[in-house]
Design a protein around this ligand. Structure first.
Ligand code: 4NP
Length: 148
């Protein structure tokens, strides 16, 4: 199973989702690969936002070695599932799909809700961490059950 987490800048939400799920996958000794990317190209090669690094560290997750990548259409081939954080990400990723199979890989990470962008609001980092953390546990359960 190869999972890609996608947001806009790949420096706040998707690095958190990437780091949190990766850690849980490791704890459960699942053989899954988790990575992330952004639909925007402003931050390519940069480490996550210092506030994202700091909130993750507070809860025992190290995301400091991640580097931002730009989403590319080739990623549809590479990943089994592409989780997007909000509806703009959904539209931007789907616009690059080549076929129905590609489109079927794209899901809102929270299923029927969005992960709000904390970039312009320092106070959102903690609740965003909590909602991503909770959903990562659910995602592991849902995917593990499907694979049984
Ligand atoms: P992210 O947050 O999509 O969660 O990584 C943002 C990061 C950077 C920008 C916007 C959102 N930006 O405009 O540079």
């Amino acid at each position: 199973m190869k999972i890609l987490m996608v947001c806009l800048g790949n420096i706040c939400r998707s690095p958190l989702a990437h780091g949190i799920l990766k850690q849980k996958v490791k704890d459960k000794q699942l053989n899954w690969i988790v990575e992330s990317a952004g639909t925007g190209d402003w931050h390519i090669g940069e480490a996550p936002d210092r506030r994202a690094i700091s909130i993750a560290k507070k809860y025992g997750v190290d995301i400091s070695s991640q580097r931002a990548r730009h989403f590319r259409p080739e990623f549809f081939e590479e990943y089994d599932l592409i989780f997007v954080m909000d509806r703009q990400n959904f539209a931007d990723v789907c616009a690059q799909a080549a076929n129905k199979g590609d489109l079927e890989k794209v899901q809102l990470f929270l299923a029927d809700d969005i992960v709000p962008d904390p970039y312009f609001d320092d106070n959102l980092f903690d609740p965003v961490f909590q909602m991503i953390d909770k959903r990562c546990m659910e995602v592991i359960e849902i995917i593990s059950k499907k694979k049984e």
